[in-house]
Design a protein around this ligand. Structure first.
Ligand code: CIR
Length: 254
């Protein structure tokens, strides 16, 4: 698992509640979202990351979910092309921020790709084919990643917004996932931590350096992660969950 030193985050906008949501959990409280976002930023700092905090952008209600705008490694970045037209354009400012820092590649039309569908597991990348990432986007990304000697695999994603809504790599061969992914051949070689069906949201837990960030309120998942020997930081994400977002979506780490 690579060591991360930096992260980019963006504050939730006052228009946050107008973003895309299928969660049916009610309207998010903007002020509580801001508070939860601050706690998230503090957790990233505790994990050893130097943060770039972008100002809120009210033109894009979903723009705090920065993970979807790029795929970033310590050596290079790939600027996404969001698959929902309401998010197209969010990637532009991220491109300007990353450009001085690393070599950039771009997903081009007709490709669609969102970072929430891309999971790195050491020297492998898994690309989820979802409603937001299409075959063209996946092929373009595959070509870029193979240039850097990564092994790349595509996985169909059903009934989930993004691939990483359902599965995340914790390092040390540990893969946390919703049950629907456990029978996939690609994942047979991993130690699988399958979340309880009442704790599906916690499949989006996030390893950063010496910690694993886990959403608050999922005790069984927290215990399983602790049993593996990880230090857990719990974070309340209720307002982001209302907008279909999770822990990983709120930052780009590299
Ligand atoms: C969206 O539908 O695009 C946002 N409301 C949520 C994005 C969450 N991002 C992620 O899971 N990577």
């Amino acid at each position: 698992m690579s060591t991360f030193t930096k992260a980019i985050v963006r504050k939730p906008a006052a228009t946050f509640a107008n973003g895309i949501s299928t969660a049916n959990l009610g309207k998010p409280d903007y002020y509580l979202a801001l508070k939860q976002h601050e706690a998230y930023c503090e957790a990233l700092i505790k994990c050893g990351l130097q943060l770039t905090v972008l100002d809120a952008n009210a033109d894009f209600p979903d723009s705090c979910f920065v993970e979807d705008t790029a795929v970033v490694t310590p050596d290079f970045g790939v600027i996404a092309r969001p698959g929902d037209p309401r998010r197209l354009g969010e990637e532009k400012e991220i491109k300007n921020i990353l450009k001085p820092l690393m070599k950039l590649h771009y997903i081009e039309e007709p490709g669609k790709m969102e970072g929430g569908d891309i999971m790195q597991a050491d020297d492998k990348f898994y690309i989820g084919l979802s409603g937001r990432t299409n075959l063209s986007g996946s092929k373009q990304l595959n070509k870029i990643l193979t240039q850097y000697n990564y092994d790349v695999f595509s996985i169909p994603v059903c009934n989930l917004l993004h691939f990483k809504t359902g599965v995340n790599y914790l390092g040390d061969n540990n893969l946390i996932m919703q049950r629907s992914f456990c029978s996939k051949d690609d994942f047979k070689a991993y130690n699988q931590i399958i979340v309880d069906r009442k704790e599906k949201y916690a499949a989006n837990s996030l390893r950063i350096n010496n910690y694993v960030l886990v959403p608050q309120g999922f005790p069984k998942t927290k215990a399983s992660i602790e049993q593996l020997g990880y230090q857990v930081i719990e974070l309340d994400l209720s307002e982001f969950q209302k907008m279909d977002g999770g822990l990983s979506c709120l930052s780009l780490r590299f």
